[in-house]
Design a protein around this ligand. Structure first.
Ligand code: SAH
Ligand code: SF4
Length: 339
């Protein structure tokens, strides 16, 4: 698809054919099984100052946390028991150092067959290499926006080129790479979103996280969510599915925070992955990237049957296994739009 066609799909009155085509493509390649990822939030400390994020360094007056080694390990074990993939996420917190993360990687390996994804921001290549050697399979680092101008404004002191370099490094180290963008950022219209999608297509990552931007009241971008946010996010998801059929595409937690039932809409628009948070509730409340997250307390093993039942009502089911990437050689990025 050319840029013009992407823009047309983002603004046309009826996205129905687009969403249906993405749903068909998802079924052809990934089937009806939905991959489950259990996410553990290790620390809400962050050295970055991203304007959009509730954990940004400049935000004062709230208590941050960092899970202690024992607590982190216990939570990681629960995650590994309940899902085929464990995701360890945190702010860019250097006190969550190389050795500590390595120990957790080893903990996941020892806990069973789950795959391990890290999402700890930009860290030195040597740390990434050590974590890879310790058993990390995947790394999630979103480009957030493909506009160098917008990126520099939203992530002060950082440049899009560095993020692209970081993604390259991760790939060189043998990680399955996840990246993605935010939808509904101030200063972002259909043209910018089309550029996000084209850049994602060029990068051809194994996983693409596309989420709505939900303004946090204690950040400089406080205010109402963008108009048509749900609609735009679903269109972006669907276009990503058509452009990059083999990619794993989560119906993000932020989509669920935007609207009850939002994740189900994502699953019907090309998504094939769900993320479930297993961070102990007292800490999860304080990991506030954006407002409005559902705070389910149940252990993941108990949540699974309920999730599976809900998915079956939609003609889907929970997958078993790690949910690794589909091979690139068999499924190159696509050029066509909805058939
Ligand atoms: N610090 C790491 C991981 C935690 S942030 C990193 O930045 O990569 C994980 C993701 O949360 C970011 O990539 C960003 O896309 C998302 N995020 C941050 N603030 C958000 C907001 N207000 N609304 C929606 N998503 C947000
Ligand atoms: Fe830190 Fe990530 Fe939030 Fe940026 S998005 S402030 S890097 S936690």
């Amino acid at each position: 698809m050319q840029r013009r066609e992407l823009i047309d799909w983002l603004i046309c009155p009826d996205p129905g054919p687009l969403l249906a085509a993405a749903d068909r493509r998802r079924r052809e390649l990934h089937g009806d099984a939905v991959e489950l990822r259990a996410i553990v939030e290790l620390s809400s400390h962050c050295r970055c100052d991203c304007l959009y994020c509730g954990l940004r360094r400049s935000r004062r007056g709230f208590r941050r946390f960092r899970l202690g080694p024992e607590q982190a390990l216990a939570t990681v074990r629960e995650a590994a028991r309940g899902a085929g993939t464990v995701v360890l996420q945190a702010g860019e917190d250097l006190r969550l150092d190389e050795a500590r993360v390595s120990a957790l990687c080893a903990g996941v390996r020892a806990a069973g067959d789950s795959a391990l994804t890290l999402s700890l921001g930009e860290r030195p290549r040597a740390s990434w290499a050590r974590w890879r050697a310790a058993g990390a399979d995947r790394y999630l680092l979103k480009l957030e926006t493909a506009s160098p101008r917008l990126y520099a404004r939203l992530r002060p002191g950082h440049a899009l080129a560095d993020r692209l370099g970081a993604l390259e490094t991760l790939r060189e180290l043998g990680y399955q790479v996840g990246t993605g963008n935010l939808v509904g950022l101030p200063g972002q219209g259909a043209e910018e979103l089309a550029d996000d999608l084209l850049l994602l297509q060029r990068l051809d990552p194994e996983m693409i996280a596309i989420g709505p931007f939900l303004p946090h009241p204690s950040t400089p971008l406080a205010g109402a969510p963008a108009p048509r946010l749900l609609d735009l996010t679903l269109r972006c998801l669907a276009l990503a599915r058509l452009l990059l059929p083999r990619a794993h595409l989560p119906a993000t937690t932020a989509l669920g925070a935007l609207l009850r039932g939002g994740r189900e809409l994502g699953l019907a628009a090309g998504a094939n992955v769900l993320m479930e948070d297993v961070t102990p509730l007292a800490f999860r409340r304080r990991y506030e990237l954006y407002p409005g997250r559902a705070l389910v307390e149940e252990p993941l093993a108990l949540r699974r049957p309920r999730l599976d039942a809900r998915l079956r009502e939609l003609g889907r089911r929970l997958a078993s296994g790690r949910g690794d990437a589909l091979p690139r050689a068999l499924h190159p990025p696509a050029s066509g739009g909805p058939a």
